[in-house]
Design a protein around this ligand. Structure first.
Ligand code: HEM
Ligand code: HEM
Length: 146
């Protein structure tokens, strides 16, 4: 495959994962309102789990694909400064999100700690993803469109 085309795979799948992840976050905020603020709002449990798992999986896979594409296209990795550094920080947050989410999904009960750990971890995760979108667009402008 043309290496110029390969370079577009990572940004494309990461944007798709980001859309899914932010919908999962929207539902997560609903759950927060329901549990902590005692508001009567719906929380589509299954869809949250499905869409959240999809986003976490693609963000993590996409990290590897970004590195592979950088190696293929530029012959070198870790050249994008903040973008790759924040990218590495995203990985452990995805793992924590998945583990805490899976435990809560498999054993349903009233929770006070794990749901907060999951929520805070994922809030930080989504903030870092926003950084990735901004710096990713910068990488596209500087390195891909020339
Ligand atoms: C992009 C990924 C995700 C985001 C942004 C996210 C966000 C959130 C947030 C903000 C909450 C509310 C926490 C609270 O009430 O304090 C929540 C709850 C929950 N999440 Fe996620 N989540 C994600 C992925 C997942 C995954 C992959 C799973 C399961 C495999 C999962 C399972 C759950 C469950 C079961 C709850 C309800 C917990 C309870 O109240 O007992 N989440 N999520
Ligand atoms: C959401 C929008 C994103 C955009 C537009 C974007 C854009 C890019 C671009 C254009 C590259 C250059 C290599 C290539 O074209 O494949 C790249 C590399 C990379 N990206 Fe992203 N990215 C995004 C999200 C992410 C996320 C969420 C992560 C981490 C989970 C990530 C981690 C990386 C890494 C590790 C590299 C390799 C950089 C290097 O070796 O210097 N990116 N990204």
């Amino acid at each position: 495959m043309d290496s110029r085309l390969i370079m577009w795979i990572h940004p494309f799948i990461q944007v798709v994962a980001t859309l899914a992840g932010f919908v999962a976050m929207y539902w997560g905020v609903r759950r927060f309102q329901m549990v902590h603020l005692k508001q009567k709002v719906p929380f589509p449990w299954k869809q949250h789990v499905r869409l959240g798992s999809f986003a976490l999986c693609i963000w993590t896979l996409g990290l590897g694909i970004g590195l592979l594409a950088a190696h293929q296209g530029w012959g070198s990795i870790m050249v994008t400064d903040i973008h790759y550094m924040v990218g590495f920080a995203v990985a452990p947050l995805c793992v924590t999100a998945y583990i805490t989410g899976t435990i809560m999904d498999k054993r349903k009960k009233k929770r006070t700690v794990l749901n907060v750990v999951h929520g805070v971890n994922n809030l930080l995760l989504c903030l870092l993803i926003c950084v990735q979108v901004v710096t990713g667009v910068w990488v596209i402008k500087v390195f891909l469109i020339y």
